[in-house]
Design a protein around this ligand. Structure first.
Ligand SMILES: Cc1cc2nc3c(=O)[nH]c(=O)nc-3n(C[C@H](O)[C@H](O)[C@H](O)COP(=O)(O)OP(=O)(O)OC[C@H]3O[C@@H](n4cnc5c(N)ncnc54)[C@H](O)[C@@H]3O)c2cc1C
Ligand code: FES
Length: 247
């Protein structure tokens, strides 16, 4: 496990409860799906580090996109430009971005690791569509940046003025069979529904469930995968959706 002392180079609020931190982070070669365990503070009150996906990495600069959901992420939101951030990682298995026509499906803050994926797909000239659904227009972050990556970016919100829906309702309206592979990240309920849709192409999901130690020791993140227990932090967080036994 490598400890990184990162300096916050830039901070931007993307919505009232989602912020982006650009941090200096030297000498890593992260892959899509990997994440950092970010230390909340130095005290004993918040001992567990919080897992945050790599949303981008270039020229020794790491992008983290964080949604405030509780105490830990709220404390992190108070960090400012110039502050130091301690992170451990990168964790998680490296996945290969294969040369296949791809369908990327993001729900809510699940967009963070998929933004990094979108950048890699673009770099490798792989044709892809990016479907992003959020609760409301404010949480539809990175719209311009995603639209620059692909001319097939589709955005939808549950409270939209013109058209209401979720990322999965978009999938019901497009011809999924034109794609060869699908990647998805979002709330567990979304992943469960996606599994029940039984798409005819392989679907890989980025699991963002609770983690304990984050480094393979506590087994607190175990999920049943093709009948055997697997750790999200060490064996994932990306898994083939059909193999996951929810509950
Ligand atoms: C591999 C991985 C990558 C992640 N990447 C990101 C990311 O890029 N950006 C981001 O904003 N978040 C990401 N998360 C989720 C993030 O780690 C949690 O939101 C965070 O740890 C919550 O900490 P907290 O102290 O603010 O909330 P807590 O006080 O621990 O919890 C507050 C509330 O949020 C719920 N909650 C906490 N953690 C989760 C979770 N993992 N999934 C669903 N509900 C949860 C709790 O039930 C509770 O209601 C990722 C999680 C994993 C496992
Ligand atoms: S969080 Fe401890 S083993 Fe995965």
């Amino acid at each position: 496990m490598i400890k990184h002392k990162m300096r916050i180079l830039n901070k931007e609020w993307l919505s009232p409860n989602i912020f982006a931190l650009k941090c200096s982070c030297m000498g890593i070669n992260p892959a899509v799906g990997q994440f950092f365990q970010i230390q909340v503070d130095e005290g004993f009150e918040h001992l567990l580090n919080r897992p945050i996906s790599i949303a981008d990495y270039r020229k020794n600069e790491l992008l983290l996109i964080i949604k405030i959901v509780g105490k830990g992420t709220e404390i992190l939101s108070k960090k400012n430009i110039g502050d130091e951030l301690t992170g451990f990682g990168p964790f998680g298995k490296k996945i290969n971005v294969v040369k296949k026509k791809s369908l990327v499906v993001a729900g809510g803050i699940g967009v963070a690791p998929l933004f990094f994926l979108g950048k890699k797909l673009r770099e490798k000239n792989i044709d892809f569509a990016f479907v992003f659904g959020a609760k409301n227009p404010e949480e539809l972050i990175l719209k311009k940046e995603i639209a620059k990556l692909t001319d097939r970016a589709i955005f939808i919100t549950e409270s939209g003025a013109r058209k209401k829906g979720t990322a999965l309702s978009v999938l019901k309206e497009i011809d999924v069979s034109e794609f060869e592979i699908c990647y998805a990240c979002g709330p567990k309920a979304m992943l469960k529904e996606l599994q029940s849709m039984k798409l005819t192409i392989p679907v890989y999901v980025f699991c963002e469930d609770f983690l304990g130690c984050g480094c393979g020791l506590c087994l607190g993140c175990a999920i049943k995968y093709y009948g055997e227990y697997r750790r999200i932090c060490e064996d994932g967080p990306v898994f083939e959706l059909m193999g996951i036994e929810f509950n």
